[in-house]
Design a binder for this molecule. Structure first.
Ligand code: KIV
Length: 271
């Protein structure tokens, strides 16, 4: 009997089943082909082409400057490196807030030009009609509540959100609205763990946390933070799994020394 080598792709249905089975969902950001390929081979469930590309890839202070064209470039590279994971792409600031048609048109460009599987957008009640329109067009939508970086100038700081009762109640309501509107999952960023646990227990769709505690159905981290590429960002919620910054500096210093000392290339490294 021949072995079935077909890869079982992660779908939005897989994620709901994982929540029902109590299996945690793993999600990491990716912005290019090579890292997407590595993360996919490692068995990650969701690859998020986050608009954090604006920070970690382009060096901007906020996520606001990145354009739809730039997100499409990153997303199509990630999709080419992915065989198993679900690829979710952020709708960037200014590509969906205008009206539902703008939101749908931006989504259609992402789906047609990248081959990604789903989009993510920030906000609650205010994006409900856009979520409905995108889902009606057949595209899975992931929501994002709590600290929503596209609204950083409204918040003023990157501090923990929804600590006060009024904001916490609005977040619970917004999460239900997103589920009702058809979202297949919601990211909760930087909110109290108790609140995130309450939302995870109340909703039937998976809740993916970042700085939202261990009761969420899954976790997401930005790849540059997790791998220790970005050494300046040290929030309490971050666990760094590698000091890639140090490893890369060591390797490049060795390369420079080898070039300067005439050690590289040697006779077996030339034609
Ligand atoms: O853009 C991003 O990386 C994100 C995650 C932090 C959830 O939205």
């Amino acid at each position: 009997m021949s072995e079935n080598k077909e890869i079982k792709k992660v779908t939005t249905h897989t994620l709901v089943k994982m929540k029902q089975a109590g299996e945690k969902i793993s999600m990491i950001t990716a912005y290019d082909y090579s890292f997407a390929k590595i993360f996919d081979a490692a068995g990650i469930d969701i690859l998020l082409v986050g608009d954090s590309a604006s920070n970690v890839m382009a060096g901007h202070e906020t996520t606001l400057p990145i354009t739809l064209d730039q997100m499409i470039y990153h997303a199509s590279s990630v999709v080419r490196g992915t065989s198993r994971a679900l690829v979710v792409v952020d709708l960037p600031f200014g590509s969906y807030q205008g009206n539902t048609k703008e939101a749908l048109n931006s989504t259609i460009r992402i789906m047609k030009e990248t081959g990604a599987h789903a989009i993510k957008l920030e906000g609650g009640a205010e994006v409900m009609d856009s979520v409905k329109r995108i889902v009606d067009a057949g595209v899975p939508v992931m929501g994002h509540l709590g600290l929503t970086p596209q609204s950083i100038y409204k918040f003023g700081t990157y501090t923990v959100r929804a600590k006060e009762e009024e904001e916490a109640e609005k977040l619970i309501k917004d999460a239900s609205i997103l589920q009702e509107a058809g979202c297949f999952a919601v990211v909760l960023e930087k909110i109290p763990a108790l609140l995130a646990g309450q939302v995870s227990a109340q909703l039937s769709i998976p809740i993916i946390g970042i700085g939202a505690g261990g009761a969420c159905d899954g976790q997401v981290l930005v790849m540059h933070d997790l791998l220790g590429i970005n050494t300046e960002f040290k929030p309490r919620f971050l666990r760094t799994y590698l000091n890639l910054n140090e490893l890369i500096i060591g390797a490049v210093k060795k390369y420079i020394a080898d070039v300067k000392s005439h050690d590289f290339p040697n006779t077996s490294e030339q034609y």
